[in-house]
Write a protein that binds this ligand. Sequence first.
Ligand code: C2G
Length: 133
Amino acid sequence: MKRVITYGTFDLLHYGHINLLRRARALGDYLIVALSTDEFNHEQKNKVCYFSYEERKTLLEAIRYVDLVIPEENWDQKRTDVHLYQVDTFVMGDDWKGKFDFLKEEGCEVVYLPRTPEISTTQIKNDLNNRES
Ligand code: C2G
């Protein structure tokens, strides 16, 4: 069984994330999503989430492409994760291109997939604000 892992905050969840998860899952048989915790987002990613970790986890677990959701608590757990979860392929959107190539040293394939260009949480928030004004 080929095991794939990807990481992220996934807030607000949108079709760009779904496009990523669908393609990541298609690279193997089992997809693990390491979901950034509220503490990690707040303290190290400087992201303020609309949905809590538990709410974002519930959303991700409802997606057909996702087999397991685990917490992402820091930037440095990836090396451990790929061994702990026997990961064959690490996947991220290409906004991260090159940033995780070190995982190849752990025997893990590293794949960067093109982002869905026209959608982002910032875009959603801006559009909603503009509609209200
Ligand atoms: N993504 C995408 N297209 C978009 C928006 C996001 O393909 N329009 C991808 C990102 O490239 C990423 C994933 O969806 O691979 C999750 O996006 P974020 O939640 O923004 O992830 P990020 O905050 O960059 O967290 O340790 C890695 C970090 O946790 C990644």
